[in-house]
Design a protein around this ligand. Sequence first.
Ligand SMILES: [Zn+2]
Ligand SMILES: [Zn+2]
Length: 348
Amino acid sequence: MTRTSYGATSVAPSVAKLVATLMTLCAVTAGGAGPAVAQSPAPALRWYRGNTHTHTINSDGDSSPDDVARWYREHEYHFLFLTDHNFLTSTDGLNALFGADERFLLIPGEEVTDAAAGKPVHVNGLAVERLVLPQGGASVAEAIQRNVDAIRAARGVPHLNHPNFGWAVTADDIKRLNNDNLFEIYNGHPLVNLEGGGGAPGLEEIWDVILSSGKLMYGLATDDAHHFKRPGDPTAAGPGRGWISVRAPRLAARDIIDAIERGDFYASTGVELDELQISAERYVVKVREERTSRYRIRFIGKDGRLLAESATGSASYSIRGDEGYVRAVVMESNGKRAWGQPVMLSRP
Ligand SMILES: [Zn+2]
Ligand SMILES: [Zn+2]
């Protein structure tokens, strides 16, 4: 097998760190059958399901923060970020009411909501330590960068939201972005143009253009929930549509945020995974299969090229090293999906 090395881009250290973590994890999840384990015992890692994009009546949501927290608590989520538009909703009191060790945690956040060149620019700031005001900019790209920088200055983690909302953000804008490796590959709001159209690419196509340029971006699935009082209404931005499952040593804000930042999670609109191992040599996906569903697992490389497809709920792809990057998509027969994060490779 070709030895894989990592590109000398600004993101290489975080990728190397991710792979090191995942290599260790492989050994944990495979019961010792995986690659060699690091010298010190690896911490036990667990999967935590959560949503990073949610609104309350503190901006344009229809429900109070406690109603919103209760919905996620009662629907088997482990963590929830409240991200009101230009408002930092406190989670202290909510955690006193709803928080439970290893079961549920609210983490503060904000959707920094801006506009540039007549287009919407929305960037989430996860766990910002203070309110971040929209920074503006002469272009969409400049406004995104200025808001990302302001979120970092407030010790938060940025993620760029719904690129096709208002047909605002292009792959070119994201390729140039610094200090943000997270964006929404899926957003549950009904008006965010996930699939593209009219000559504009869909979000997966945008992702492949960005990754093919050598810029690492991890893809999140989020609810962008606004409406908790209109269940069953497809025109509402309801909860429960898109989520991430994060692999972390414990349910604590810092551990969850660090795992998200290093890409140790998958995004989903309903598919759960029993196994996900990503190393420099192999990309392994195993779906928790539903009884009557069928699955396809696709491995995607540079320029969106289909590298391999499995017709079952389990697949293992042997990485050659010349694919540019490898990412995985699980397609469930009723339309649910899961997205595995990319591993960046450089040509030998
Ligand atoms: Zn938004
Ligand atoms: Zn939003």
